[in-house]
Design a protein around this ligand. Structure first.
Ligand SMILES: Cc1cc2nc3c(=O)[nH]c(=O)nc-3n(C[C@H](O)[C@H](O)[C@H](O)COP(=O)(O)O)c2cc1C
Length: 225
């Protein structure tokens, strides 16, 4: 069964004759190993991804660990990044919220298929301050603000109808009023300790460049693929 749905292992022809692959390979041969600022390099890769990905170029896997040491992972959207870290927004009472409260160590992973690139980030999560969360919440579409207020994210929902009724009730309550940010909804910033850039090269001879935070500076090394 799985043979019919798993793509075949690339052949020599896929690497050497496929037009799209050749364009991607050329892009992934541009030198990066002299680069010293991983945040700047990340920004350039994000810009490439925004241009080429079909949708959600800012989607990233967020891995967390619960109080018993069990790992969990899900996709969230990156909303900003700079030297201080990588920010996403969610419900603080969700499974991920509980897990980050129990253990602030977290990891992020981006995979851009259009670029054949991956970025992995390991670090520590801290809550974004209230003013920053308020500003982001205020920038969202009204429907998304209501959705955030209506959702007890990650807890059991008896029926779709219960959720839709809540959305209708909140829409009525806040008719012609600003919708306040729910106190349990906000941002987390992952402060990076390690950032790894991976890019596809033909015949699985991939490039890996890893930056490790070291006394306020970035130490850089190449890894075997
Ligand atoms: C493309 C994509 C983007 C998503 N973005 C977010 C997000 O930014 N914040 C969020 O809370 N959930 C987001 N989700 C939903 C999460 O993957 C997840 O279902 C939800 O946050 C509950 O996770 P938890 O039970 O582990 O807390 C997104 C899902 C997908 C597929």
């Amino acid at each position: 069964m799985s043979d019919s749905v798993i793509p075949p292992t690339p052949s020599r022809l896929d690497y050497t004759e496929d037009e799209l692959y050749k364009i991607q390979a050329e892009r992934n041969a541009v030198p990066i190993f002299h680069r010293d600022d991983p945040i700047k390099l990340f920004g350039e890769w994000m810009a490439d991804a925004r241009h080429l990905e079909m949708n959600d170029s800012n989607a990233m896997s967020l891995a967390t660990v619960d109080a018993s040491g069990q790992a969990d992972v899900r996709i969230v959207l990156l909303k900003s990044f700079d030297d201080a870290g990588f920010v996403f927004y969610s419900n603080g009472e969700s499974a991920k919220g509980d897990q980050l409260n129990a253990n602030a160590h977290a990891a992020l992973c981006f995979h851009w298929k259009s670029l054949r690139r991956q970025v992995r980030i390991r670090g520590t999560a801290e809550k974004v301050n209230a003013a920053e969360s308020d500003a982001y919440f205020a920038s969202r579409a009204r429907g998304s603000q209501i959705g955030a207020a209506a959702s007890d994210q990650s807890r059991p929902l008896e029926s779709r109808e219960v959720f839709e009724r809540r959305v209708r009730d909140l829409t009525e309550t806040y008719k012609e009023k600003n919708i306040p940010r729910p106190p349990h909804w906000g941002g987390w910033r992952i402060k990076p300790d390690v950032i790894e850039f991976w890019r596809d090269r033909p015949f699985r001879l991939h490039d890996r460049l890893v930056f490790t935070a070291n006394k306020g500076k970035w130490r850089k090394e190449r890894l075997f693929p």
